[in-house]
Design a protein around this ligand. Structure first.
Ligand code: EPZ
Length: 416
């Protein structure tokens, strides 16, 4: 697995194309199981999480044809409903196969999902909703065994919390259920919108509005083609790198609409952001102003951008505060940033960041995907040489991070 060697402070300059979104493509791949025709996807990023999902799909008996950024998934021959423990533990989104497998085959055998360690990540909301739709599910410490002998039934479901994954599982299960499902307090992240667009292109009847999502179950869905939208967190990563290196970059296909809250925060920080013909241009203003920010479900500030924001604020001209409200343990990054000279104190779910004039090179370890990206960004802005270990986390969500940053003038190499 790679580590990264980085010599920091080269200002990043140039234009860059933002990759397709991991958190869009993963539920889309699970949704392919809902029909028995071919689904074609473009704009698919090359990520280890995508490869893992495709391995799962193939092991279920389906065929996959893969181009550089394209995929054709043919699930006609799906003949198994069991995922292996190893495949489930590799990523959280393995749980997204639960709803589609129940809808398509009437049963699903999974192991409890792995993924980034961000505090407890229960799946009670997924299970309760699917049980309400007629599934019989047994969950032990290790396994999830689900059957629906009479098929899934449409139902009225109110989520206690707008969980992204639970919303996705319910949407997919409801497409093949008998009758109408009405979902209240669902997540409204842009990636949910992308999943709904794919399901509609497959022939599903889904209405969104008035604080609810209505899904009219169908007997069968059909094949289609969709393009995966640009990744808002990767876009934020690139913007963070431009700011900490005092560079100027243009994001050619920036998902501006999906980034309203982060762009407001970057505006408050003093970043100079403009929309130009090619896309969104960003550079540092006269200085980085301190800010107070809390993460929240969309349309709030995304928890996945928190570690990157801490990195930017480490170089602010004063004291900032960042509160994490979505996950209970997402501050392992603070200890790593301190190794690069940042002044961050964490108390419960709050980080207080006292800006320093300069970060300095060091050896740090990625503890999860977004923390890994934040450490690369921090190292790009730090004086001297840094080594970022734990690259396997980064490969899950960032395609060719070395090539992308090098194309903008960064001194970064992959080492084993
Ligand atoms: C998705 O995770 C994303 N992953 C995460 O991105 C992202 O951080 C998160 O949504 C929030 O935006 C994918 O899309 C693959 P949740 P998910 O269910 O679906 C609690 C990244 O770096 N909860 O909305 O797991 C849960 O404990 C990753 O790309 C329950 O209590 O997030 C958490 O506190 C990391 N019961 C909160 O809800 C449940 O049944 C949000 O979780 C489900 C969730």
């Amino acid at each position: 697995m790679p580590d990264y060697k980085i010599r920091g402070t080269a200002p990043l300059r140039g234009s860059v194309l933002v990759q397709g979104a991991k958190n869009s493509v993963l539920p889309m791949l699970a949704a392919c199981l809902l029909c028995s025709e071919k689904v074609q996807l473009s704009g698919v990023p090359q990520l280890s999480d995508v490869s893992n999902s495709l391995r799962i799909i193939e092991k279920l008996g389906c065929r996959v044809r893969r181009g550089v950024h394209t995929l054709e998934v043919d699930t006609q021959a799906v003949c198994y409903s069991t995922l292996t423990a190893e495949d489930c533990r590799k990523m959280r989104s393995s749980v997204l196969f639960l709803g589609p497998l129940l809808g398509r085959t009437g049963r699903a055998e999974l192991y409890c999902p792995g993924g980034c360690v961000l505090g407890p990540r229960p799946i009670d909301l997924h299970i309760e909703a699917l049980c309400k739709m007629g599934a019989e599910i047994e969950v032990t410490d290790e396994r999830i065994s689900a059957v629906c002998p009479d098929g899934l039934q449409g139902s009225e479901i109110t989520l206690r919390y707008p969980s992204v994954g639970a919303t996705e599982n319910i949407l997919m299960a409801a497409c093949l259920a008998k009758g109408r499902t009405v979902l209240y307090n669902s997540a409204v992240e842009p990636e949910i919108g992308e999943l709904i667009a794919l399901l509609r292109a497959m022939g599903a009847f889904i209405e969104v509005g008035g604080g609810r999502v209505c899904i009219e179950g169908s007997e069968r869905l059909h094949g289609c083609h969709r393009t995966v939208g640009a990744d808002r967190i990767v876009a934020f990563t690139l913007m963070a790198a431009a700011l900490v290196t005092d560079g100027e970059i243009t994001l050619c296909n920036c998902p501006v609409q999906a980034l309203q809250a982060p762009l407001r925060v970057l505006g408050d920080i003093g970043a100079d952001i403009s929309l130009c013909g090619e896309g969104l241009r960003i550079r540092r203003g006269t200085k980085i102003y301190p800010v107070n920010v809390s993460s929240a479900p969309y349309p709030g500030f995304p928890t996945d951008a928190g570690a990157l924001l801490l990195t930017i604020l480490s170089l602010a001209s004063g004291r900032s505060r960042y509160e994490e409200t979505v996950f209970s343990d997402r501050f392992a990054i603070a200890e790593q940033l301190r190794r690069l000279g940042a002044d961050i104190e964490v108390k419960n779910n709050c980080a207080v960041i006292n800006g320093v004039p300069q970060l300095c090179g060091g050896t740090v370890r990625a503890t999860d995907l977004r923390a890994g990206a934040a450490l690369i960004v921090a190292a790009l802005g730090a004086q001297g040489e840094s080594t970022v270990c734990g690259g396997e986390h980064i490969l899950r969500g960032y395609e060719d991070i070395v090539g992308v940053f090098r194309s903008l003038g960064a001194e970064i190499t992959e080492i084993n």
